[in-house]
Design a protein around this ligand. Sequence first.
Ligand code: ADP
Length: 296
Amino acid sequence: DLLVVGSANADLVIGVERRPGAGETVLGSDLAVHPGGKGANQAVAAARLGARTALLARVGDDAYGRLLLDSQRSAGVDTVGVLVGGAPTGVALITVDPSGDNSIVVSPGANGRLAPEDVSAAGCLFQGSRVVSAQLEIPLETVVEVVRNLAPESRFVLNPSPPRPLPREVLAACDPLIVNEHEAKVILGSAAVGDSPEDWARILLAKGPRSVVVTLGAEGALVASAEGVSRVPSVKVSAVDTTGAGDAFTAALAFRLGAGASLAEAAAYAARVGAVAVTREGAQASFPTAAEVAAL
Ligand code: ADP
């Protein structure tokens, strides 16, 4: 069983010809509202693949909170750990211009109120979970409490997004730490980063995680552990929208690890899931079922 601890946001998207400057108003397209946030995305992605999944998160007592609860439940996610209230639901205000570039303002809202006490009060969710997955769109002290509440036999997977330097206690629990190039560079800080993703993976591994996965977009990924560094082949597809690919990858990896796969096997499966996700528009709407992954 998989427990995802993380954010849930409503993504409010408007297409614009160009962005307004200070004091200016522009007209845009009809508003689209999508369930999002890395925690919510990962939980939906895992459940759609067939994982028994629970989400520990916080939403507001408002219409967006209900939208997020509905999308989790329709994907089959256990929402007993989705806490309600304390602040408005997290929102991402997104404008997209004709070239496809995004500008985004995030109001963390209730995500910022997911507290360490919420984690310690959710003990039974931790007891039943072989894998616990987290990201950084919630307070760092809450992620620290997640690491402290892991059951002895459970495995911790972290995608440090948005990236920031991590305490040693968190790094040491990761198995694996999953980063893209940008996240790798922020976590490494001023440490000599080397030239190749293999170098980043080795230097990250030396900071304490039991294993590291570096995702490389269309180039696939690589995995690093005490056994060495190896490439995970990419899957050739024609990408239309990469939103949510990293979330789908992380969820699929956590799901396969929980089913007993090796890190390399789980990463190869996750690369196929990420590849399907980029062939479709949207985040949660783009996540495949196990049958769709098998058909790739
Ligand atoms: P993030 O969204 O966190 O930056 P990536 O862009 O590296 O993450 O994507 C995560 C994974 O999804 C990649 O490791 C890869 O397996 C898959 N993926 C992403 N983009 C593509 C693509 N254009 N073609 C095939 N696979 C892709």
